[in-house]
Design a protein around this ligand. Structure first.
Ligand code: GLV
Ligand code: MN
Ligand code: MN
Length: 450
């Protein structure tokens, strides 16, 4: 493992970059639909505001910026060798779950902007001509263009379907998605038009493989592994295979007092047994994680036996086959539970993503990027940085169908994420920015040498 640092930049510049990321995470946290909580979802006023802020930050470091046909915000910095060179994409997402933390996705977008700033800094790798920002004199040290991409909607918070923006970029938009509706009954099509997008032009967001060098995403880990190991950064080996379902259980709504137990067909109790079965079966499988995150009973009266219950199932695993086998086992178990209770059940699959491996070349480049920070002993965590599988989903998994992808994980204290107490330290953000910048330079050096 080489530990040469390619980025000749002062530790103070990296610290300033990390502080800027933290301040901007706070600024974005104030762009929310819910007072005293963070909620920023697709095709809303908050989406437009966050994109405007991101565009300003991209332009500040000398990138051009545009919103694409799916509402993703992109910044681009040409290489010195010409305007149409393939680009290395750096990014993550700006949308959030409900009652979110302030770092999931956001850190990756803002860190990517800081990477561009560091690469352009005076005395940085652009050589003597380096000059912030946007000055003609800057000589790109890179044999490729650099783009920063802020994706929407990674989480699927508003329409249930995750990874919408990155699917559009991957050219995998499904026309049926336009009919998805949010909880207020607004369709994705109507929301897009109201936001100012033209659904008939969604194909224009798609990128061709030959336009791209690869995609690198920095993200908080969203689990406790790095925290437990006392390490700041890790290379990601692969991203989870996932399936999500909306399940409806039908029974009979009747009087809570007058209906004896042998006449009850209580949809809530059937659904509750099903939720426990998700935990029991997934726990027994070790490699599959199952979650019931939404659960609603109807008609919802204190004195009415629930006649219908709807709930979600989220299944994740390292391998598609195991995940599908567990779904098969769960379906048989739900048949048995509902059969015993005189209930009917049906399901709709709302998300299906195959497991995705990160490109070996980009894993190597990120490993060297982390090693390049090894003046800082915490960063490397010994001779070799940890390599982790990601049970969380990421935009990288969609991009993998059109280009090589690589991911860098940042330590996330206690692994708390999708929660207001989600955290990352300013020191680790600095290590992440530095490792990402080193990785970009390493990739540039590899390509020049090839
Ligand atoms: C995204 O955060 C997911 O893994 O659900
Ligand atoms: Mn998330
Ligand atoms: Mn995320």
């Amino acid at each position: 493992m080489t530990t040469t640092s390619l980025l000749q930049i002062s530790p103070d510049a990296v610290t300033a970059a990390a502080r800027r990321v933290m301040e901007r995470c706070d600024e974005l946290a104030r762009v929310t639909a819910t007072p005293r909580a963070i909620e920023r979802v697709y095709l809303t006023h908050e989406h437009a505001t966050a994109n405007r802020m991101a565009a300003g930050w991209m332009r500040e470091v000398g990138m051009s910026s545009r919103q694409d046909a799916a509402g993703n915000q992109l910044g681009r910095l040409e290489t010195t060798s010409g305007p149409d060179e393939p680009a290395l994409l750096l990014g993550s997402h700006l949308d959030t779950v409900r009652n979110a933390g302030r770092f999931d996705g956001i850190t990756g977008v803002l860190s990517a902007i800081e990477v561009v700033r560091l690469l352009r800094a005076p005395g940085g790798p652009g050589g003597p001509g380096s000059d912030p920002f946007g000055h003609e004199a800057w000589h790109s040290p890179l044999p490729f263009a650099l783009e920063v991409v802020a994706f929407w909607d990674e989480e699927g918070t508003r329409f249930g379907k995750a990874l919408l923006g990155s699917s559009a970029v991957a050219g995998e938009w499904n026309e049926d998605w336009w009919n998805l509706t949010d909880s207020g009954g607004t369709s994705l099509r109507v929301a897009a038009i109201e936001f100012g997008l033209d659904p008939s032009r969604i194909g224009e967001a798609a990128r061709r493989p030959e336009e791209l060098v690869g995609y690198l995403e920095a993200h908080i880990e969203q689990g406790p592994e790095l925290h437990r190991r006392g390490e700041a950064l890790a290379v990601v080996s692969s991203i989870a295979s996932a399936r999500r379902f909306q399940v409806t259980v039908e029974g009979e709504a009747r009087h809570a007092g007058g209906t004896p137990y042998d006449l009850r067909r209580d949809a809530l109790l059937g659904a509750s047994e099903a939720a426990l079965a998700v935990e029991r079966i997934c726990r027994a499988e070790h490699h599959i994680i199952g979650t019931v995150g939404q659960f609603e009973a109807f008609p919802g009266g204190v004195n009415i036996i629930p006649g219908e219950t709807r709930f979600s199932i989220d299944l994740r695993g390292e391998f598609d086959g195991e995940r599908d086998r567990v779904w098969g086992e769960l379906s048989r178990e739900l048949d048995a539970i509902m059969g015993r209770r005189g209930l009917r059940w049906r399901h709709r699959e709302i998300h299906n993503a195959a497991a995705v491996g990160c490109a070996p070349l980009l894993q190597d480049v990120l490993r060297e990027g982390i090693a390049g920070t090894s003046g800082d002993s915490v960063a490397a965590g010994g001779d070799e940085p940890s390599v982790l599988f990601s049970p969380a989903g990421h935009d990288a998994m969609t991009l993998a169908s059109i280009t090589d992808v690589g991911m860098l994980f940042l330590r996330n204290p206690d692994g708390v994420s999708h929660h207001p107490e989600e955290a990352v330290s300013v020191g680790d953000v600095g290590r992440g920015i530095r490792a990402l910048a080193e990785s970009v330079l390493q990739l540039a050096a590899d390509r020049r040498a090839a």
